[in-house]
Design a protein around this ligand. Structure first.
Ligand code: 13P
Ligand code: SF4
Length: 330
């Protein structure tokens, strides 16, 4: 390792030449190292713009599973890097900043979850992808917001199911499938923040606008929505719709891609309860910057590691999800 290079801060904090064209330098490093840069829709605009591939959680996992690249740089949050590493244990998986966690994944500590699973031995365990590798190792099948409904419905009506960790997504899936899954009591701090009152005010101001909401939002926000779905599904709906205005109740990073696909439509970010902060931005997702991405590619740090015994178990629950998604052409 080059002298002075460390990840004490969770990322490589090496100075970069101010005169350097950082975009060009990233593209060159990527080419030289046969690396693939993947970004989630919630990333800062400049990261989305330089990525080889932008997608939702399902698409990022699908892409990781089939890439021929030697190095995967996952610009998203930690569990997304872990998912890529679980799927490609032989490859180097890098993230620009290890501090990019997820409040939803944090709301489900592996030791407590495994205890809960042990207390319900006759239950099938379905976990949202926003979980640690260890939680995935205690899981029968992983889901994302794109395929949760179909995967739950692939089980018999009377199947006893534990669904974790997002209570809002779990409640939503229970409501549309008529199931009574046992829910883990977790949530995402960004999606829980959207204000019902402020969305109602926006609907009065923009009477023709349709409301798009991610299923991690609270029930009362979902009741106001014209379309509920994963980030990819919200993007697709906005693109195919005849409507010209949309109120967007998910992390506002998706609006960058929505505008790219629909330059003549208007996208209004749904406001959070607390208007003193940009709470509709995920503070974890937004930790990644071009400088951290450059240093990450240059020094090949920080790298995601997943213990072998956990990888072997977790990969089974992710593979099951990918197989069903492929069969359903999701
Ligand atoms: P998607 O499945 O839409 O990518 O959602 C991921 C996420 O973190 C939502 O907060
Ligand atoms: Fe996690 Fe919420 Fe951020 Fe998505 S938006 S990564 S669920 S904290």
């Amino acid at each position: 390792m080059e002298k002075g290079v460390n990840i004490e801060k969770g990322y490589v904090d090496m100075p970069i030449d101010k005169n350097m064209d950082i975009r060009a330098a990233i593209l060159q490093l990527k080419k030289d190292k046969n690396a693939l840069i993947m970004a989630h829709y919630y990333q800062n605009n400049e990261i989305q713009d330089i990525a080889d591939y932008i997608g939702d959680s399902l698409a990022l996992a699908q892409q990781a599973a089939k890439t021929e690249a030697d190095i995967i740089v996952l610009c998203g949050v930690h569990f997304m890097g872990e998912t890529a590493k679980i799927l490609c244990p032989q490859k180097k998986v890098l993230v620009p900043d290890l501090n990019a966690g997820c409040s939803l994944a944090d709301s489900c500590p592996a030791d407590k979850f495994s205890q809960f699973v042990k207390e319900h031995p006759d239950y099938t365990v379905i976990s949202y992808v926003n979980t640690t590798a260890e939680v995935k190792a205690y899981t029968d099948i992983v889901v994302t917001s794109t395929n949760a409904r179909q995967i739950v419905e692939s089980f018999p009506k009377d199947e006893k199911i534990i669904f974790g960790p997002d209570r809002n997504l779990g409640n939503y899936i229970n409501s549309i499938t008529g199931r009574n899954m046992l829910l883990w009591d977790g949530a995402c701090h960004v999606h829980e923040q959207f204000s019902v009152e402020k969305i109602v005010e926006l609907k009065k101001k923009y009477p023709h606008a349709l409301v798009l909401a991610h299923p991690e939002c609270k029930k009362y926000v979902l009741q106001l929505a014209d379309h509920i779905g994963s980030t990819a599904s919200l993007l697709k709906f906005a693109t195919q719709s005849e409507c010209k205005q949309f109120i967007v109740a998910t992390e506002s990073g998706i609006i960058h891609e929505m505008i790219k696909h629909n330059p003549f439509k208007e996208f209004i970010p749904a406001p959070p309860e607390d208007s003193t902060c940009a709470c509709n931005e995920c503070n974890f997702m937004r930790l990644n910057t071009l400088q951290k991405l450059y240093n990450c590619l240059k020094y090949e740090l920080p790298e995601i590691e997943v213990e072998k015994s956990i990888q072997i178990k977790a990969v089974k629950s992710i593979h099951k999800m990918l197989k069903i998604s492929e069969e359903l052409e999701l």
